[in-house]
Design a protein around this ligand. Structure first.
Ligand SMILES: Cc1cc2nc3c(=O)[nH]c(=O)nc-3n(C[C@H](O)[C@H](O)[C@H](O)COP(=O)(O)OP(=O)(O)OC[C@H]3O[C@@H](n4cnc5c(N)ncnc54)[C@H](O)[C@@H]3O)c2cc1C
Ligand code: FES
Length: 258
């Protein structure tokens, strides 16, 4: 799939809560195919201290308008600058990068799990999987009720289950504590994105229940296209770059899972 380097127009920048922003970007060229789970590498404008591009999952696409969105959680200088951008500003972006999730079949029942800002790629995945005819269930984990965002948008695609670490919303605990994992559900596949401890716990749960599981890894990245080797992960096929061979891996491929 061809990668593009484009100056994209910022159509909207919506502050969703204390530290999350939803940026809608528009290209003046056709976007082409974007697979759920792919990501972009963004040059942060006017930020000399963040000269390396920053990777973000593609949150949702609107191919007919040549638009897609990214969800940005502020954790440092680069993401803080992105939160300040205004409609009419431009953002230099390389996209689409990485492999993306596999497509479910139309009869499959799937569970999408997002932890923290790991919910980002799951909106595109939920919509496209539903369009393919799959039955979608969505499990979102966050630290507190105030960290849960976009619940209403997710619920357009299927039932949404929530957990919080402090019990302020949904089930008290981590996503793997949610009763949706009970045997009644019989999911065909789990797709997951979030912090490492969460993806590890979900992978272990999926193995225990004998459910196929794909995780999107968020290793530190620099170039985003396989040159700097700073993003490697150990797999059954040797060390692989998360930016080119991933970010999505079947957990059976990952050495930490075996
Ligand atoms: C494939 C991929 C997809 C991603 N998708 C999203 C997304 O959709 N939305 C989103 O908000 N973030 C996402 N991230 C993480 C995002 O790229 C980082 O948060 C961002 O680069 C931090 O930039 P900064 O300049 O604000 O922070 P920095 O000043 O560079 O770092 C601030 C803090 O954040 C930590 N940090 C930096 N990068 C990462 C990372 N990759 N993973 C975990 N911690 C990190 C640093 O260790 C440091 O503690 C993704 C990362 C990858 C690799
Ligand atoms: S980020 Fe450079 S090789 Fe993956």
């Amino acid at each position: 799939m061809d990668k593009k380097v484009c100056d994209l127009l910022i159509i909207r920048n919506i502050k969703l809560n204390h530290d999350n922003y939803l940026l809608e970007l528009e290209s003046d060229e056709l976007l082409g195919t974007i697979v759920p789970g792919q990501f972009v590498n963004v040059l942060v404008p006017d930020a000399p201290s963040t000269f390396l591009r920053r990777p973000f999952s593609i949150h949702e696409t609107n191919i007919s308008n040549n638009r897609f969105s990214i969800l940005v959680k502020v954790v440092g200088e680069g993401t803080r600058k992105l939160g300040l951008l205004q409609p009419g500003n431009h953002l230099n972006v390389i996209f689409p990068l990485g492999n993306g999730f596999s497509r479910p079949k139309n009869y499959e029942k799937i569970l999408l799990i997002g932890g923290g800002v790991g919910i980002a790629p799951m909106m595109h995945m939920a919509r496209e999987s539903k369009e393919l005819g799959a039955e979608i269930h969505i499990l979102l984990g966050a630290r507190t009720d105030k960290d849960h965002i976009l619940i209403e948008d997710f619920s357009k695609h299927g039932p949404v289950y929530l957990t919080t670490n402090d019990g302020s919303l949904g089930v008290h605990g981590f996503v793997t504590h949610h009763p949706v994992f009970s045997a009644d559900h019989h999911f065909n596949r789990i797709y997951c994105c979030g912090p490492d401890p969460m993806t590890h716990a979900v992978a272990a749960k999926a193995a225990q229940l004998d459910i196929d599981c794909e995780v999107s890894l968020e290793n530190m990245m620099a170039c985003g296209f396989g040159v700097c080797l700073c993003c490697v992960t150990s797999t059954t096929s040797g060390n692989q770059c998360v930016c080119t061979e991933g970010p999505v891996f079947n957990t059976k491929q990952l050495k930490w899972q075996i």
